[in-house]
Design a protein around this ligand. Sequence first.
Ligand SMILES: Cc1cc2nc3c(=O)[nH]c(=O)nc-3n(C[C@H](O)[C@H](O)[C@H](O)COP(=O)(O)O)c2cc1C
Length: 340
Amino acid sequence: MSNKPLQLGNLKLKNPFFYAPLAGCSDYPFRKMSAQYKPGIMYCEMVKMDALVRHDPHTLHILDFSIDMHPIGAQICGSKPGIAGKAAKMVEDLGFDVVDLNCGCPVDKVTKDGSGSAMLKTPDLIGEVIANMVAAVKIPVTVKIRAGWDDDNIIAAQIVKIAESAGAAAICIHGRTRQQGYRGPANWDYIKAAKEAATTIKVIGNGDVIDGPSAERIMAYTGCDAVLAARATMGQPWIVEDIIRYFSGLPVIPKTLEECRQALYQHFLYTKQYQNDLRVCVDMRRVGCWYLKKSSGTRHFRNIISKATSIDIVEDMILNFPLGELIEDEMPEEAADCCA
Ligand SMILES: Cc1cc2nc3c(=O)[nH]c(=O)nc-3n(C[C@H](O)[C@H](O)[C@H](O)COP(=O)(O)O)c2cc1C
């Protein structure tokens, strides 16, 4: 267990604390915020292989990144071995450091064609898809899975073996099942068993990592080589800094509400540079609540920002909203009804 650099294939990562792919959230402005704090690696939102190989402009837009975001991974979702290699090569040619295969997305519109978490039902197909990706690229290939489809079908350790034989450099295990969605605690026993099955492949533990102590606990309990923070990165792009300080025995310096407001303003500015005005207003309804979730009285903020029709109103709101008292943190509520 350490906060030391981690070798992933030919890539040396400065620390083993990663930022998750988050569909609808880990977009370009989100990653601009994250880049300031240097996670071991950050992932873009997932994209569909089919859309990528037909050069769909919206899909390519999702994969936009800037130089300060390195090391950065793209995640592809799909179950067709025939196009997996081509999609992975496109990711490599775009300049990504890592390409990841999504085998965890629970939404029906993804699983209905056998992709995302539905691949947990076809483990050999996972191996075939990974092998084709590995054959097509020089960058490390990783795969992100859930522990299994449901509690009666826990399959993580078996997929570790398959992914390892297919040449994946790492496997990320989300310790929840597909049936579980995002409810209830992640079961780290599944990650522990998966790590025990691994020989050369790196194991990344995921689920309920929210700060330094939880990062330390998951590493100590499961023996995983790295951890992936997901919902906890929303509105806390600095979480990797807190984790590294904790591992180094340094006190974590809590952010004041005013600092959270300034971070939200920075996120707003990045969004304004990147999106059109309407989209900025819509995005800030979601993002604003993340950053101010530690302030009491944010219901009023939510109500107003969710009705704001101009970028000037949003900006004024962010800069002048009267902050309340600091309250205990919780995971963003949005996570419960999120899309991936
Ligand atoms: C809004 C949202 C979007 C997500 N999008 C993706 C995604 O695109 N790809 C993926 O592999 N996992 C996705 N996930 C799952 C997370 O990466 C992570 O596995 C999960 O939230 C568990 O970690 P946590 O308990 O730390 O939040 C998403 C989760 C949420 C809440």
